[in-house]
Every structure is written in structure tokens, then in C-alpha cells.
Design a protein around this ligand. Structure first.
Ligand code: PNW
Length: 470
């Protein structure tokens, strides 16, 4: 139909890129920063690929001006980054470290000078180790400490940063951190997954309240979730039930209390043998249910679930990393299947239709809430050629497909306001260390030299013109 026409995006659509503190900053021991759970985890042998750590990462802490220059060169209009809690409040408690706040102030100012909108995420997984030592997210106190931290950062940066998110992907923090253990802090305790989820939700609610108390009225406060796009393997009732269970754990455990003010009944029933949920106190769900200005959604790949098939070893390839411990509390026997699509270097199926579904779902659920795609992108084995150029046609195809999906959703009436490509730079890809490259800018991890890939040029063109080429 419109195949030869460029796809034109709304004029005020926000074109950005995203990173996270632990994945790019390095400078792990500088200016008063203390270890987070990711420092501890990555320094523990066997936890991260090749023993990689974020000690140096992209050295963004020292090279941030160069990185802002790159963004400006690429014509990006927005930059989503996270604040390292233990850089700002080393023990997770008490007074702030001025030098930590100064770094983020200078970064925000540098962005604003180049016309780039800063978007802050307060928590992208790097809990101060001291708070983990006191029990971590399964402890209610961690949520209270988070509110204090949100207050500190909001007060320090509220005059220059207008877009705020409390958490990034609480699913990963709770289910991979305390369930499968493939992420920091690497625990595997069924009930802790549920407690951590609740306290992350509570941290979000208390954090929104804290931010509202210090931010100017026009600030936009939201959260970033990575809801599962869960599909049943077949149309059988058993497979549809498996998909429902995974959807409850992956998505609704966060989105229901945040957006609607209560935990799903089916979730409580599915997990009844793990927990009586007595950690939810009267009034908590109301606290979690704060009015939001936008919802951030991260999307990479769909999930296909089925009831146990009895076909030999039930490989738990759910796309969330391999562990002998299932994160799917109460539904450990659900099996996962890979779609018949091409895969990225993460082994994730490339399927932009999942993004259309995801956007439609939340548009239906919360029609008045603006949506942002706060992460989307792909890892590929990019290689530099003899001339020093990096050609990444697979990434361009991935981005083109997913931006096309967003355009389609917008045409269908979904209020999508912007896109933050993951990621600006190749960086520390959590349990995979530096072995997976998501950047549109190549980073040589020996010299730390940055080289824009062909996808960076392509994305600059798209962002500059506000349209996808025909
Ligand atoms: C997200 N999983 O992480 C994060 O927000 C980013 O920090 C990360 O680099 C990016 O996606 C790419 O992975 C995820 O195993 C990490 O399901 C792992 C999973 C999901 C998201």
C-alpha cells in the first residue's frame, strides 16, 4: 500500500538514545562512589562473562563531553541515562556526596546546551551494596531509602531535568536478581522474588511522591517497565493458561498496582504455595498507584509459553539467561519456545509485531497516558573493517522494523511520544559483559575509542528528517 512512501512521524516525536550508569560510566572507585550490587556481583568469579566488570566500562565518567558531542553529531534530541545511587549516596543512606551530584548536573547542563533533552532514570539496577547487606529489595526499608534518594536527586536536578523515571525494568531486578540469580545480587529465593517486586513497586510509589514534592509542576514523572509480550505456543487451553501465568509474573505484578492500584487475583492464587503475600500492608497498593505523566516501555522480543510438553529436557530458554533456578515463582513448570524468526546475537527472536501489540495493550489499558519506547535495539557481532568502519546492516534492519511498528501503532491511534534507542554506545551488557554489542557507536574496549557505526548515520538521518525512508 504505502510501501514506496516514507513513514512520517509526528513533528514533536522525541528521538533519543539510552544508556545506564553501571553499563557505561566506569570510575567505580572515584569521588566517593562505593560498590553497588553490580560491582560485587561482577567481581565474583563465574557470575559475568569473562570476568568482565564495570570498573572502566566506556569510561563515560571522564568522556561524557565527547559522548555529548557524539549525540549532537547524530542529531539526537533526547538522552536517557541513569544515576548511580552509590555515587550520590554511598551507603544508600544519609547525606549526599556533592561531587556525585555535580557530575550529573554538569552532564544535564552539557546536554541542554546542545539542545538535547535529559531524561533521568533513578534506578537502573545498581543498588548500593550496603542496602543489599541489610537485606536488599526483599526488605521494605529499601523502598523507604529509595524515596529519600529520589528526593535528593530531584532536589539537585529538578531545575534542569524535566523527564524523570523512578525505576528501569523492576522485573529484571526482582526476578533475575532474586529468582534465577543471573543478575546481581545473584540470589535465588522464591518468596524473595515476590517481596522484592512489592518493595520495588512501593519504591516507585514513594519515589513518585518524593519527586513531586521537589520538582517543578511541569516535570514529567513516570516509570520504565519491560512487560512481556507473552504468546501461547498453541491455542490449547493449557498453553493459554501458561501464557496467562507468565504475563502475570512478567508484567501485571508491576503494571496492575502501578496503573490500577491492586495486585491481580490470579497472580496471588498462582503463587499461593510460595507466599501468603502478608508483606503487602494496608494502604500499600494505594501508595503504589500514583498518577503518572507517561509510561516508558522497553521491548526487544516476544515470549512464547506453553504447558509442560513432556518432550525431553524442558530447556528453560525464556530469553532471560540460563540458570538452574527458575525465576517463574509458582509456575516453574511452564516451558518456553523460540519463535521461527531470525535471532539477534542475544538469541532473541526479531519480531516487531510484538511491539505493536505491546503499545496497543497499554493504550487500551491506560488510554490517557502518553507512552514512550524507552528502550529498543539489538546486539550483533559488529566487526570493524580494514578501513576502520563498522557496517551493521542487521541493526539498521532491526531498527527500521521496530520504528515501522511504532509508526503503525501511532497510525492506529496509540499516543507514542518518543523513542530511545538502546544503546548509544557498546557497553557492559550485564551477565554477558562486553561480549554483546548493542551500540550504534562502536567502542574499542582497549583504547575506549568511539566509532559511529553505519546504523548511527542511518539513525541520524531518521531523527533529523522525522521519517523512515521508503
Ligand atoms: C535491558 N532478560 O536489560 C536493560 O534495561 C538494559 O540495561 C540492557 O542492556 C538491555 O535491556 C539489553 O539487554 C535486559 O534477560 C537484560 O530478559 C536482560 C533481560 C531483559 C532486559
Amino acid at each position: 500500500m504505502t510501501e514506496n512512501q516514507p513513514l512520517v512521524f509526528p513533528p514533536d516525536f522525541l528521538w533519543g538514545s539510552a544508556t545506564a550508569a553501571y553499563q557505561i560510566e566506569g570510575a567505580a572507585r572515584e569521588d566517593g562512589r562505593t560498590p553497588s550490587i553490580w560491582d560485587t556481583f561482577s567481581r565474583t568469579p563465574g557470575k559475568v562473562h569473562a570476568g568482565d566488570t564495570g570498573d572502566v566500562a566506556c569510561d563515560h565518567y571522564h568522556r561524557w563531553q565527547e559522548d555529548i558531542g557524539l549525540m549532537a553529531e547524530l542529531g539526537l534530541r533526547a538522552y536517557r541515562f541513569s544515576v548511580s545511587w552509590s555515587r550520590v549516596q554511598p551507603t544508600g543512606r544519609g547525606p549526599a556526596v556533592q561531587r556525585g551530584l555535580d557530575f550529573y548536573r554538569a552532564l544535564a547542563d552539557g546536554l541542554l546546551e546542545r539542545g538535547i533533552t535529559p531524561a533521568i532514570t533513578l534506578y537502573h539496577w545498581d543498588l548500593p551494596q550496603d542496602l543489599e547487606d541489610a537485606g536488599g529489595w526483599p526488605e521494605r526499608e529499601t523502598a523507604e531509602r529509595f524515596a529519600e534518594y529520589a528526593h535528593i536527586v530531584g532536589e539537585a536536578l529538578g531545575d534542569r531535568v524535566s523527564m524523570w523515571a523512578t525505576l528501569n525494568e523492576p522485573f529484571c531486578s526482582a526476578f533475575l536478581g532474586y529468582g534465577s540469580g543471573v543478575h546481581a545480587p545473584g540470589r535465588h529465593e522464591s518468596e524473595s522474588v515476590l517481596k522484592a517486586s512489592h518493595h520495588l513497586n512501593l519504591a516507585h510509589g514513594l519515589g513518585v511522591q518524593a519527586l513531586r514534592s521537589v520538582l517543578p509542576r511541569n516535570a514529567e514523572v513516570g516509570v520504565t517497565l519491560n512487560p512481556g509480550v507473552v504468546r501461547p505456543h498453541t491455542d490449547s487451553e493449557a498453553d493459554r493458561d501458561a501464557a496467562r501465568r507468565i504475563d502475570a509474573l512478567h508484567t501485571r505484578i508491576f503494571s496492575d498496582p502501578m496503573l490500577h492500584g491492586s495486585y491481580p487475583d490470579d497472580l496471588r492464587q498462582d503463587t499461593a504455595r510460595v507466599s501468603d503475600w502478608s508483606f503487602v500492608r494496608a494502604g500499600d497498593e494505594a501508595t503504589i498507584h500514583q498518577p503518572l505523566d507517561y509510561l516508558g516501555l522497553n521491548y526487544y522480543t516476544p515470549t512464547i509459553a506453553s504447558a509442560p510438553t513432556g518432550d525431553g529436557p524442558a530447556a528453560r530458554n525464556d530469553g532471560h539467561g540460563i540458570s538452574e533456578h527458575s525465576p517463574w515463582v509458582g509456575s516453574e513448570n511452564v516451558e518456553f519456545h523460540l519463535a521461527n524468526n531470525d535471532l539477534t546475537d542475544m538469541g532473541w527472536a526479531i519480531d516487531p509485531t510484538g511491539l505493536v501489540e505491546l503499545l496497543q495493550r497499554f493504550h487500551r489499558e491506560v488510554p490517557q497516558l502518553p507512552l514512550f519506547v524507552t528502550e529498543n535495539g539489538a546486539a550483533f557481532e559488529d566487526k570493524m573493517d580494514a578501513s576502520g568502519a563498522v557496517h551493521d546492516p542487521d541493526r539498521i534492519a532491526y531498527l527500521n522494523g521496530h520504528l515501522g511498528a511504532i509508526h503503525q501503532a501511532i497510525e492506529q491511534g496509540v499516543d507514542v511520544r518518543g523513542y530511545f534507542l538502546w544503546s548509544l554506545l557498546d557497553n557492559f551488557e550485564w551477565a554477558y559483559g562486553y561480549s554483546k554489542r548493542f551500540g550504534v557507536v562502536h567502542v574499542d574496549f582497549d583504547t575506549l575509542q568511539r566509532t559511529p557505526k553505519s546504523s548511527a548515520r542511518w539513525y541520524a538521518e531518521v531523527a533529523g528528517s522525522g521519517q523512515l525512508p521508503a
